[in-house]
Design a protein around this ligand. Structure first.
Ligand SMILES: Cc1ncc(COP(=O)(O)O)c(C=O)c1O
Length: 380
């Protein structure tokens, strides 16, 4: 067992050894520019196109609907600003939720300084948007709905399929940030009814610095960058072939091992929770609803325990994250927990524990033991 035990897979994942293997020839040997017409260029172009197909198969779209970017943040920027700018003469109203990642929230905040009106929909105590609220928020000038697929902090899955149907009926473009869901739950753009979908490489065992955006065929988008014709001119700049190859392989593996990975993430998460409840009983408070949650995510508060103290004391043995920020002794509760109306004490006691596809029983049992001991000490 490796120390410290890593249980923060929603923050990032390690590169899968099979992914690394696939990338090595492109680091060591295949350096051609995909735009060059001679063979070492052409073979790299083929590698990029092969990866596009691998990503497309995972989310059930056409390869030509996949655009490679540098990360989820860039994909979200391209999607949201791209649709906003392309439709600014039609309307300037955007619907989003109050529990988006800053990589969506901050874009919306920026657009509100550029003449756009943003509706931030509330969520219930489980962190879920009500599709009826989406329907009621639609106006004549609504040009975009952007609501995440699954939340990074509490793991809550949004009713994206229902929202997709509402968007379609009202002919409004629908984007979802699926950075946390791809590889953990089924992500099928047809079933979800989305027009744009964000993918983050490093959340699914590809390296950092690579992402993708699905853009449904026919959806018009304004570029953020201008340059040559890579990615059909929508995202110009010489392709990051090494990382693109890595993302492609990671998507192939995610599809191939989907059932097994999902089973293990869920088994580990549930074993962890059961272990904690067995040891600590009513001191354990689960945020959100496990029935409607990513299989790997546990947002949990320990009564009368500071989440920061807990995460910091155990950090040489177990790595987890907190649901609040602590600066100069002042605790600020995350917007997500605030939106779920969690009381300050519970929010300040909340940690996020997220398991991975290779998390072992041994790691989970060790984490339960470490957390239990520290919680008992801290809550005296
Ligand atoms: C839901 C969600 N969206 C977007 C991002 C941003 O990803 P990146 O920092 O790779 O751009 C994250 C990262 O945690 C996330 O969880």
């Amino acid at each position: 067992m490796k120390h410290p035990v890593y249980l923060d897979y929603n923050a990032t994942t390690p590169v899968d050894p099979e992914v690394a293997e696939e990338m090595i020839p492109f680091i060591k040997s295949y350096f051609g520019n995909p735009s060059s017409s001679y063979s070492i260029g052409r073979s790299n172009k083929e590698a990029v196109e092969n990866a596009r197909g691998q990503v497309a198969r995972l989310i059930n779209c056409q390869p030509e609907e996949i655009y490679f970017t540098s990360c989820a943040t860039e994909s979200n920027n391209l999607a949201i600003k791209g649709i906003a700018w392309a439709n600014k003469n039609i309307g300037r109203h955007i619907i989003t939720s109050s529990i988006e990642h800053p990589a969506v929230y901050q874009i919306c905040k920026y657009l509100s300084t550029q003449g756009f009106d943003i509706t931030y929909l509330p969520v219930d105590k489980y962190g879920r948007v009500d599709p009826t609220d989406v329907e009621n928020a639609i106006r004549k000038d609504t040009v975009l709905i952007t609501i995440m697929h699954a939340n990074n902090e509490v793991g809550t899955m949004q009713p994206v399929e229902e929202i997709g149907a509402i968007a379609k009926e009202n002919r409004i473009i629908f984007h979802t940030d699926a950075a946390q869901s791809v590889g953990k739950i089924e992500v099928d753009v047809e079933k979800l009814g989305v027009d744009l979908l964000t993918i983050a490489g490093h959340k699914l065992y590809a390296p950092k610095g690579i992402g993708a955006l699905y853009i449904r065929k026919g959806v018009q988008i304004e570029n953020l960058m201008h340059g040559a014709n890579q990615e059909k001119g929508i995202r110009p700049g010489t392709e990051n072939v090494i990382h693109i190859v890595g993302l492609g392989k990671a998507c192939e593996i995610a599809l191939r091992d989907f059932n097994q990975n999902q089973r293990n993430m869920r088994f580990s998460r549930d074993r962890l929770l059961n272990g904690l409840v067995f040891q600590l009983g009513s001191k354990v408070h689960v945020n959100g609803s496990l029935e409607n949650c990513l299989p790997n995510t546990l947002s949990v508060a320990f009564e009368n325990v500071s989440a920061h103290a807990l995460a910091s004391v155990i950090s040489s043995e177990v790595l987890i994250s907190t649901g609040s920020a602590c600066h100069s002794g002042e605790t600020t509760i995350s917007l997500v927990l605030q939106s779920m109306n969690l009381d300050f004490r519970t929010a300040a006691a909340t940690v996020r524990i997220s398991t991975g596809k290779k998390t072992t029983e041994e790691e989970v049992d060790f984490a339960v033991e470490v957390i239990t001991n520290v919680v008992k000490k801290l809550s005296i």
